[in-house]
Ligand binder design. Sequence first.
Ligand code: C5P
Length: 223
Amino acid sequence: EESLSLAGRTVLISAGGTREELDPVRFLGNWSTGRQGYAFARAAVARGAVVTLVAANTELPDPAGAKVVRVVSARDMDAAMLAEAPGADVIVMTAAVADFRPVVRAEAKIKKDGALPPPIELTENPDILAGLSRRRAERGPAGQVIVGFAAETDPSLDAARSKLARKGCDLLVLNRVGDGEGFGAADNEWVVLAADGGATPVPRRSKDALAEVVLSLAAARLS
Ligand code: C5P
């Protein structure tokens, strides 16, 4: 596919998996490595973009030429993304965000004291992607292109279309996870759905190749 330039454009990317603290030594987390987001950062830098990468708990080397903002929790990531969003031409939310966090973070390490295991009460985290779409609708810039991901163990195009509408983004990358695919796997198979009705299947190739396809779709939507 054509490698449309992003020279002079600003691209904001989230990567990795958020962690929600239970106490000073424990957290609820997920298996995301951040590799897909880092692939986007490299590809956007190569197209001449000014790139900010908001990285949650990744162990990858900083991509050359990108500004990296490190975060831990979903709320940290929400604040960092909202702070960077006003200047972004393209936003790509590859991060695996915890939907829930513990209501309380214990100040001391939770002890096994012979009693019953402690219950963990959870509360909902902000939906960062939906919030970014809302922010754009309220405050612009109108031409900003927002890309979300939907990692599903049982992918359905219908469900993905509803998710795209619910999140208010322009592109949604649907991929299958589990059974050796998705998180941490070397490659993957995707469909990129567009809010204007398009669907672009992407064959099983590398995360770098997916980033190129998605950036071309995003760049084509920038006026
Ligand atoms: O709803 P679901 O988790 O499947 O949506 C996935 C997409 O939404 C991803 O782009 C992810 O980064 C984003 N997301 C988010 N905030 C959440 C949950 C998911 O931005 N709390």
